[in-house]
Design a protein around this ligand. Structure first.
Ligand code: PMP
Length: 284
């Protein structure tokens, strides 16, 4: 792969970052993942807006304008011949030259990294026809989950625990209610109502989530933004997750309980189609 590092295009083996980089030592960085279909960026403006917000919340500037980010994203696709896949982008507070809890003052140049992951046919994965199994695990992350930081150890641990339990993923539960999945937003459908947790610092403000809500409302489907319990999810007609990596992905089992008839539900399948159709129309 050809990757992007601080304005340079390099073979991945030559892209090196300092051991003093705060992203490495402190998890002091933010990221975005944008999906690519047919060589075009899906929901790109949303990812730009959230990147800007994450940086602001951590007192960092944005090293590029939206137009510059778009040009970099397009160039990395061209350089790597990506049709379908993902673009990963990370910005850290950079390399102050030593380890210190305090942010460098004055600030040092940020570290900017982008790389691609080629995933041909990412929109046609058979997983969407079989659905996922999830387990619930306690929510033990910090309380600023609205900032998309690279501090992903707990979600990684939970992904491993899910796999060890024969499941695909985990949903986090705090004060009896589901916050979100390890790397996705959690949804249920009951009696025609589409339910997902309201936005707050307790969860990431998913870009796919926002688009799905918009498309569902435009299609006269009923959306309720509120928290729900695992028991309510287990008794729901349908369940699904959303993220840039999987779009809309049905969930057919939660903590061993079958959801609906154990196959992807109508609403989830409709929303998946809607999301893919509508975002493709305006992809950049
Ligand atoms: N929640 C978490 C914790 C995530 O890591 C992600 C994936 N980035 C999401 C939700 C979904 O967000 P998006 O739709 O913007 O990919």
């Amino acid at each position: 792969r050809i990757v992007h590092l601080n304005g340079e295009w390099l073979p991945e083996a030559e892209a090196k970052v300092s051991i003093f980089d705060r992203g490495f030592l402190m998890g002091d960085g933010v990221y975005e993942v944008t999906s690519v279909l047919g060589g075009k960026l899906i929901d790109f403006e949303g990812h730009c807006r959230r990147l800007d917000r994450s940086l602001k919340e951590l007192g960092m500037g944005n090293p590029h304008t939206d137009d510059e980010w778009l040009a970099i994203h397009r160039e990395i696709l061209n350089r790597n011949n990506i049709g379908d896949g993902l673009i990963y982008l990370q910005v850290t507070r950079g390399n102050p030259g030593d380890r210190d809890f305090a942010y460098p003052n004055p600030p040092v140049p940020q570290t900017v990294v982008l790389f691609t992951q080629s995933k041909p046919g990412i929109d046609k994965t058979p997983l969407a026809d079989s659905g996922l199994k999830v387990i619930s695990l306690p929510e033990l992350r910090w309380h600023r989950r609205d900032i998309k930081t690279v501090q992903l150890l707990y979600p990684s641990m939970c992904k491993m625990a899910a796999k060890a339990a024969g499941a695909d993923d985990a949903w986090f539960v705090e004060d009896g209610k589901v916050t979100e999945g390890t790397s996705n937003n959690a949804w249920i459908v009951k009696g025609g109502k589409i339910i997902t947790r309201q936005l707050s610092n307790d969860l990431l403000h998913g870009i796919t989530r926002a688009s799905v809500i918009r498309f569902a409302k435009e299609a006269q489907m009923e959306i309720e933004e509120r928290a729900f319990t695992i028991e309510e999810a287990q008794a729901a007609d349908e369940a699904f997750i959303t993220s840039a990596g999987v779009f809309v992905m049905p969930v057919v089992e939660i903590d061993g309980a079958t959801i609906g008839d154990g196959t992807p539900g109508k609403v989830a399948r409709r929303l998946r189609e809607l999301y893919l159709d509508e975002t493709r129309k305006v992809a950049l």
